[in-house]
Design a binder for this molecule. Structure first.
Ligand SMILES: Cc1cc2nc3c(=O)[nH]c(=O)nc-3n(C[C@H](O)[C@H](O)[C@H](O)COP(=O)(O)O)c2cc1C
Length: 319
């Protein structure tokens, strides 16, 4: 998610779940091909498995950018066919590609030829006045025929005229049944559902119908939920028992990043929802917000903030 799931956020989330797959922010093929690659694509080894999401539509550029992603060590290349912003529309990529299934298929084919990694597509169920039955089918069948390894479907349309990107994540109605029908029509194809899934309980219910669940806002805004993802969805122990342990495990990373000149706030801004609902959460947030931005702020600011929160086990946090 743009501006949210940067590499600091992903390191934090990886300490909450070993099993969930993490995705980068969308990077345009232009940025990957012509930008500062180390800054844009660099990530910490702890983040694996991590997917690089690309925005673009030119098959040759997509292939070249996917190869660069593979060389950087990413585990999956994902093509964005869901972003509704104007910038993206002008560039002929993102959600408007729902109207160009043949071009998406060409892009997938070019990427598959360029890399050995799984290539996946994240799309909507349709745009504007498209019929979602036909539009999603055409997009999905083209991508699958070109070799897409999985489809992630945000279960609502994007309305490209008149809604802001934020409204486009809330206003067009969710239609989970449409995604379930896609899975029924393509039973061999891994299908992942996304959109409005607020808890692991909800996630588990979707797994009766599809192969995977992608959490966006719930994962970012209430990251404590991720601490129960490994036990509840994978039957494995959580990586850490409490948020406090997670932050302790993050300290060496934070210290390394601070030594490289990163500001504390760039990392701690992702912790805002860490203690959602726990006594002291507000004091934790305020302490970080007020002190994390000060020049020279160090890990002691995070330790002081943590001391303001009650210690609780992960199990209780998720209850
Ligand atoms: C701040 C923000 C940035 C986003 N950036 C991206 C992006 O770069 N690529 C993408 O595929 N989706 C992006 N999304 C959409 C989410 O991935 C997701 O599809 C959408 O929020 C619906 O899922 P949710 O209800 O679980 O959040 C973004 C969402 C938010 C809130």
């Amino acid at each position: 998610m743009m501006d949210w799931t940067d590499r600091h956020c992903r390191v934090f989330h990886r300490l909450l779940t070993r099993r969930a797959r993490l995705y980068t922010e969308m990077l345009t093929t232009g940025a990957v091909l012509h930008g500062d690659r180390q800054r844009l694509l660099g990530f910490d080894a702890v983040e694996h498995p991590v997917a690089l999401q690309l925005g673009g539509s030119d098959p040759r550029d997509l292939a070249a950018a996917a190869k660069i992603g593979e060389d950087f060590g990413y585990d999956e290349i994902n093509l964005n066919v869901g972003c509704p912003s104007d910038r993206v529309k002008d560039g002929r990529f993102g959600a408007c590609l729902m109207a160009e299934p043949a071009l998406v298929a060409e892009g997938v084919d070019a990427m598959k030829r360029a890399v050995r990694l799984p290539v996946t597509v994240k799309c909507r169920i349709g745009i504007d006045d498209q019929d979602p039955e036909a539009a999603l089918d055409a997009l999905a069948r083209g991508a699958v025929a070109a070799g897409a390894d999985a489809l992630i479907v945000h279960a609502r349309k994007a309305w490209l005229n008149g809604l802001s990107p934020k409204e486009n994540r809330n206003i067009p109605p969710l239609d989970y049944d449409r995604v379930y029908r896609l899975k029924a029509a393509l039973p061999e194809q891994p299908i992942v559902i996304n959109g409005g899934i607020a808890s692991l309980d909800e996630a588990r219910r979707h797994l009766d119908h599809v192969d995977g669940v992608m959490l966006g806002r719930a994962a970012y805004q209430e990251p404590w939920r991720l601490l129960m993802a490994d036990p509840e969805l994978f039957g494995e122990a959580p990586p850490h028992a409490t948020m406090q342990e997670v932050f302790e495990a993050m300290m060496p990373y934070i210290e390394r990043e601070l030594a490289r000149g990163v500001r504390l706030h760039s990392i701690t801004r992702h912790f805002v929802g860490a203690f959602h609902g726990v006594p002291g959460a507000r004091a934790f947030r305020r302490h970080l917000a007020e002190n994390g931005v000060k020049p020279g702020a160090g890990v002691d600011v995070l330790r002081e903030a943590m001391a303001l929160v009650e210690h609780r086990k992960a199990v209780l946090l998720a209850a």
